[in-house]
Write a protein that binds this ligand. Structure first.
Ligand code: XMP
Length: 311
């Protein structure tokens, strides 16, 4: 595929669809939403309002990173702090699909309020082909595939969705980013799911438990920075495991699973063969920097039968 041509067509399409109207785009820090936002910005300039909803489920220092990266492309990002509302919605939930639904409902409620306040009529979304496929197969409901899960954005939330990347898989999205002159560290970024760290925290997503998942992700990302992989992160499991202190006292602590996978399109994946020393270093750092942790595991499961994330 000629990605430059594809980008050009999508810019034209967005321009025609939005007409004299206004659009809004929500960035997540991931590649898909960044590329979709850049296409829309090229199409309609300042009639695009770019927002970053801080849902409290983002990676370490993510809001600052996204604001700076997009500023470098001439796009001003407005950060909306909605963490309390997401934690309230997730309170007491442990079932994976219930957590996804609570996230999605809160996201679109907060987002709907922002859209109505801005009088935008269009919503730019970075949905890609893999998201649609997973939802169609019933593997899980991706929060950004509204139509397929029977939600009318127009009736329910009052806006029309534009999804310029829905025919592409991740490598194609990166190519579009590259062809638009996006910096490499942005378009080569690891995928990060819409429901954020909620997909990496089994059991209840309290602010304290999400912070543990966030620190585990930070450590795994730092230690695997030079490894060729599709995604790498840490996951807080729901149960606790027995540990022992230096002076022999038993204690129950958290369990972190380390996930690092190779994949091309996220449809299939295999565990990355990380060097033993690297795994040991990750284990040491997690136990040192997150004192509640007593066990660190490396996840070997391929997709299928597993999935990449944990919910
Ligand atoms: P799974 O866990 O299904 O993930 O193997 C496949 C790819 O999709 C990402 N992912 C999501 N992305 N919204 C997204 O935008 C979501 O709800 C979502 N769930 C998973 C995941 O990180 C992986 O790259």
């Amino acid at each position: 595929m000629d990605y430059r041509h594809f980008a050009h067509d999508q810019i034209k399409h967005i321009r025609q669809t939005v007409g004299d109207g206004k659009a809004i785009s929500a960035l997540s820090g991931g590649v898909d939403s960044s590329v979709a936002t850049l296409l829309a910005h090229r199409a309609i300039g300042d009639r695009l309002e770019s927002i970053f909803i801080d849902d409290g489920l983002m990676r370490h220092r993510e809001a600052q990173w996204v604001v700076a990266a997009m500023e470098g492309l001439g796009i001003h990002v407005h950060v909306i702090d909605a963490a309390d509302r997401f934690f309230e919605a997730l309170k007491g939930l442990t079932d994976p699909e219930e957590k996804r639904k609570a996230f999605r409902d809160t996201f679109y409620t907060v987002f709907g309020e922002v859209v109505r306040a801005s009088d935008a009529q269009f919503l730019i979304q970075g949905t890609i082909a893999a998201d649609i496929l997973e939802t169609k197969k019933g593997v899980k409901t991706q929060h950004n595939v509204l139509d397929q899960i029977g939600i009318s954005a127009k009736d329910g939330y009052g806006f029309t969705v534009i999804e310029p990347l829905k025919e592409l898989y991740k490598p194609g999205v990166r190519e579009v980013g590259h062809s638009l002159g996006m910096p490499e560290d942005l378009y080569t970024r690891m995928p990060f799911p819409g429901p954020g760290l909620a997909t990496r925290c089994l059991g209840e997503c309290t602010p304290e438990r999400i912070e543990i998942a966030r620190q585990a992700c930070r450590i795994v990302e730092e230690e695997t920075a030079d490894v060729k992989k599709f995604q790498a992160f840490g996951v807080l499991l729901a149960d606790r495991a027995t540990g022992v202190t230096d002076n022999g006292e038993r204690r129950f602590g958290d369990i972190i699973a380390v996930r690092c996978v190779n994949s091309e399109k996220a449809v299939k994946a295999t565990a990355t063969e990380l060097p033993w020393e690297m795994l040991m270093r990750i284990q040491e750092r997690i136990c040192e920097e997150i004192p509640s942790v007593t066990k660190v595991l490396y996840d070997l499961s391929p997709k299928p039968p597993s999935t990449i994330e944990y919910i």
